[in-house]
Write a protein that binds this ligand. Structure first.
Ligand SMILES: Cc1ncc(COP(=O)(O)O)c(C=O)c1O
Length: 503
C-alpha cells in the first residue's frame, strides 16, 4: 500500500469523456462529492481511468496469479459478501479453509497422522503468514529464556540479505534484529555455513527461502538443517528453521518431490506459502503451517465467542473476504496433484525456452537457476553503453513490464532484469518477448539512449554558454536529449528506479 502524504490540489476535478452523457459537472478528485451520480456514470468514470493501468497478464514483474477459470471466478463472486471471520455463520467456508490447511501441511510432509488435524491458518498473503510465524518463534524463545532466568530483550533472526521486504517489516514492527548473511557476485542466496556461524543464543530462528524473490533460486535447507543440528548439539540451544516458501511452496512438491526442504527436516518448525502465487489464486491469500501444535504458543491464539461458538483465531486482521479461501479450495479439488504438476512443468518449459532465447542474444548472463521457481533473471554482460533499467524502460513500449533492480549487499553492483513465468504466460508470449528483447537490444546497440548523470547535471545548471578551456565562452550544442524535458524524465526515472520494489 502506498501511504498518501500530500495531494497536488484538493480542488482538482476529474473529467470523463463518456460519462458526460450522464453528468455534466466534473467529480472532485480528492474531496468526497457533495451529491450522488448515476451508477452508469460512476462505472464509466472509474473504468475509463483504470484503462491507464498496465495489463496484468503482461506484468512479468509479479508472481501473483492473473488468470483463473471462469467457474472459479463465479464461486468467488458469489462469496464476495461473506466475511471470513464469521465462522459460526459460514461454517462451510471455515471447513474449506481447514481442508486447505490439512492438504498443504500434508503436501509439505508435516508429521500429521491419518486422523490428526494439521495446525495452520489462511492469511492475506505470505507477509502476514511470516509475521505470525515470526511471532510464534519470538514468543517461544522468550518463554524459554524467562524460564531459564536469562535476558530476553534482544531477539534476532538470521536470514540472507536476499530476503523479501516483509522480513524487514517483521523485524522492525516486532523489534527483532535481522542479521543478514551478505551475498556475493555469482552467489545470490544465503550461504548456510555463514548463516549458522551468525546464530547465537538470541536467535529465534533461521529463515531460509525456497525460491529467492531475486533470482528464484532455492536455498539449501537440507544443509542448513544439518549444520544447525550440529551447532545445537554443541551449544545446547535449539534454534529452529522457518522456510519462506512464498513462491516455491507450490512448485517444489510437484516438480522436485525428492528435494528435502520441508517438514522432513526436523528443525523446520513452520512454513509459509502464497496461495496467490503458484497456489494459483487471485490476490490475496497465503498460508502458514506449523509442524505440530507445540510449535504455536497457546497464548498467541485468541478465543472469541460473540459471533456464536468459541472460535480460536491467530491472524493480524479480524475481518476479511472468503473468496480467496474458496478459490484455493477450488484449485486443489480441480487440479489435484497431477494438475498442479502439469501447470508447473509447463511454466518451467516456458522459462527454459525464454532463457535459451535470451542466452542466444549473446548479451546477457543468466543469474537464475534451472532448479528453482519458473523465472528468468539475467544481467548485461556489458553495461558500459546502456543498462538494464533502460532496457526495462524500452520494453514498456511493447507493453511488457519487466522489472530491473540491483542485488542486495554485497552484490549491489549487479543489476538484473527478471521475468516471472506464470501459468498464463504461454510459449507464444515467450517467443514474442524474446523478439521484442532482440528489437530493443538492436536499438540500444545503434542508438544508446543514455543521458549521463554528468550531462544531465551540467545541462540543468548552466545556460547556453559555458567556460571554454581557453577561458573564453563557448556555445554548448544541445542535442534533443539534453532538453529540460529529457532531464526531467531522466531524474524521474532515476527516482522511480530507487523506489522499485519487487514482489
Ligand atoms: C520469498 C518471498 N517471501 C515473501 C513474500 C511476500 O509475499 P506476499 O506478497 O504473499 O505477502 C514474497 C513476495 O514476492 C517473496 O517472494
Amino acid at each position: 500500500m502506498v501511504l498518501t502524504t500530500t495531494i497536488p490540489d484538493c480542488d482538482e476535478q476529474l473529467n470523463s469523456t463518456f460519462a458526460s452523457r450522464y453528468v455534466r459537472t466534473p467529480v472532485p478528485k480528492y474531496k468526497m462529492p457533495a451529491n450522488p451520480i448515476p451508477k452508469e456514470a460512476a462505472y464509466q468514470i472509474i473504468n475509463d481511468e483504470l484503462m491507464l493501468d498496465g495489463t496484468p497478464r503482461l506484468n512479468l514483474a509479479s508472481f501473483v496469479t492473473t488468470w483463473m477459470e471462469p467457474e472459479c471466478e463465479k464461486l468467488m463472486m458469489a462469496s464476495m459478501n461473506k466475511n471470513y471471520v464469521d465462522m459460526d455463520e459460514y461454517p462451510v467456508t471455515t471447513e474449506l479453509q481447514n481442508r486447505c490447511v490439512n492438504m498443504i501441511a500434508r503436501l509439505f510432509n508435516a508429521p500429521v497422522g491419518e486422523t490428526d488435524t494439521a495446525v495452520g491458518v489462511g492469511t492475506v498473503g505470505s507477509s502476514e503468514a511470516i509475521m505470525l510465524a515470526g511471532l510464534a518463534f519470538k514468543r517461544k524463545w522468550q518463554s524459554k529464556r524467562k524460564l531459564e532466568g536469562k535476558p530476553y530483550d534482544k531477539p534476532n533472526i538470521v536470514t540472507g540479505a536476499n530476503v523479501q521486504v516483509c522480513w524487514e517489516k517483521f523485524a522492525r514492527y516486532f523489534e527483532v534484529e535481522l542479521k543478514e548473511v551478505k551475498l556475493s557476485e555469482g552467489y545470490y542466496v544465503m550461504d548456510p555455513v555463514k548463516a549458522v556461524e551468525m546464530v547465537d543464543e538470541n536467535t529465534i530462528c533461521v529463515a531460509a527461502i525456497l525460491g529467492s524473490t531475486l533470482n528464484g533460486e532455492f536455498e539449501n535447507v537440507k544443509l542448513l538443517n544439518e549444520l544447525l543440528t550440529e551447532k545445537n548439539k554443541e551449544t545446547g540451544w535449539d534454534t529452529p528453521i522457518h522456510v519462506d516458501a512464498a513462491s516455491g511452496g507450490f512448485v517444489a512438491p510437484f516438480i522436485y518431490p525428492n528435494l528435502e526442504w520441508d517438514f522432513r527436516l526436523p528443525l523446520v518448525k513452520s512454513i509459509n506459502a502464497s496461495g496467490h502465487k503458484y497456489g494459483l489464486v487471485y490476490p490475496g491469500v497465503g498460508w502458514v503451517v506449523w509442524r505440530t501444535k507445540e510449535d504455536l504458543p497457546d497464548d498467541l491464539v485468541f478465543h472469541i465467542n460473540y459471533l456464536g461458538s468459541d472460535q480460536p483465531t491467530f491472524t493480524l486482521n479480524f475481518s476479511k473476504g472468503s473468496s480467496q479461501i474458496i478459490a484455493q479450495y477450488y484449485q486443489f479439488v480441480r487440479l489435484g496433484f497431477e494438475g498442479y504438476k502439469n501447470v508447473m512443468e509447463n511454466c518451467l518449459e516456458n522459462a527454459r525456452a525464454l532463457k535459451e532465447g535470451i542466452e542466444k542474444t549473446g548479451l546477457f548472463n543468466i543469474v537464475s537457476k534451472d532448479e528453482g521457481v519458473p523465472l528468468v533473471a539475467f544481467s548485461l554482460k556489458d553495461s558500459s553503453k546502456y543498462d538494464v533499467f533502460e532496457i526495462s524502460g524500452s520494453l514498456r513500449r511493447f507493453g511488457w513490464i519487466v522489472p530491473a533492480y540491483t542485488m542486495p549487499p554485497d552484490a549491489q553492483h549487479i543489476a538484473v532484469l527478471r521475468v516471472v513465468i506464470r501459468e498464463d504466460f504461454s510459449r507464444a508470449l515467450a517467443e514474442r518477448l524474446i523478439s521484442d528483447i532482440v528489437k530493443v537490444m538492436k536499438e540500444m546497440e545503434t542508438h544508446p539512449i543514455r543521458v549521463s548523470t554528468k550531462t544531465a547535471h551540467v545541462t540543468a545548471t548552466v545556460d547556453e554558454t559555458q567556460d571554454g578551456e581557453d577561458g573564453g565562452k563557448k556555445n554548448i550544442k544541445k542535442s534533443a536529449r539534453e532538453t529540460p524535458e529529457e532531464i526531467a524524465t531522466y531524474w524521474r526515472q532515476l527516482a522511480a528506479r530507487k523506489k522499485t520494489g519487487v514482489c
